[in-house]
Design a protein around this ligand. Sequence first.
Ligand code: F6R
Length: 264
Amino acid sequence: MLVILKRDNKEISREAAQLVASAVRKKPALTLGLATGGTMTGVYGHLAEFHKQGSLDFSQVVTFNLDEYLGLADRHPQSFHYFMHEHFFRHVNVDPRNIHIPDGTVRGNFVQYCAAYEDGIRKAGGIDLQILGIGRNGHIGFNEPTSSLGSRTRLKVLSQETIDDNAKFFAPGEESPRCAITMGIGTILEARKIILLATGAAKATAVAKSIEGPIASAVSASALQLHPEVTFIVDEQAASQLTQRDYYRRVLEMTALLTPERMS
Ligand code: F6R
């Protein structure tokens, strides 16, 4: 596990975008796992800028988003479809046929729908690089606390904490979603490489538990300790409860010196 400590959201976004860009340049037909949320907007902004400058081509990239709210259509301004279109897809050249986001309007056989989503990932050769944010409660995707560490893509009931965090984005009187379709922790752990971004004091406890706490279903992101190629990129506030910050800095220096390929 690599822990990259940065000053603020701006630095985190730049670092993450550079890692994604370098992965796409190395493998133009990269299968990229994507996340939504406030932490991601800066990353997508940088990637869009690289594309505009002509230095990054997404024409062969295949994308799979982690999750979508159940009950929201693509054009709902709080849907993750809408978020992805606004912040990323309309600015870059990902082939629309290569974009996959769980359908929030699916009805009926959720098990079959989610199995087909997993099948799509498998047929694309598996996810090469997965980008993650983290919830205050340690969720990744919408794998809320007590999600099975082996879980697959499925319908998930949102925790009260997540519902409360999201309520501010919905119009007064509009009920915010209670459920989502999300890749499972098992699905995420199959990605070849994972980057998790965290910013702000509200994430400090979740970050510390994920990196330095025991692996537990109570903190979904702690399952990432099982993955051999995980990079956490964390700002000062989100890192404030980590006890081993000096060690992470030394590891990073030595890694850059001895195995620079691990850094890109
Ligand atoms: C969204 C997702 C979530 C968010 C997390 C952090 O696709 O997977 O796990 O990454 O809730 O959200 P922000 O960045 O808004 O704090």
